[in-house]
Design a protein around this ligand. Sequence first.
Ligand SMILES: [Zn+2]
Length: 85
Amino acid sequence: MVIMMHQMRAEYGPGGKPGGVKTWHIVVEDDTTAMCGRGLEPEAETRDPVHWTDRPGLSCHACGALFLREAPYLPTEHGYREQPE
Ligand SMILES: [Zn+2]
């Protein structure tokens, strides 16, 4: 069973990391390419996606749409689906 682990990864503005997070994207595991296709710095801050809705104004809309399409695979639901018939 494969569970894709998602993380939020920060995109910084022109000032870099000290200037603060410009946009939060979603990456799969420790990938540095966001789901929307944007390349992010390997050392950029990551967060658990439970924080995705904390600052909606900073969340990438494209990543949000793609993430929500993949995310509903809760472990219980997954286990149920993989029961042999
Ligand atoms: Zn994005």
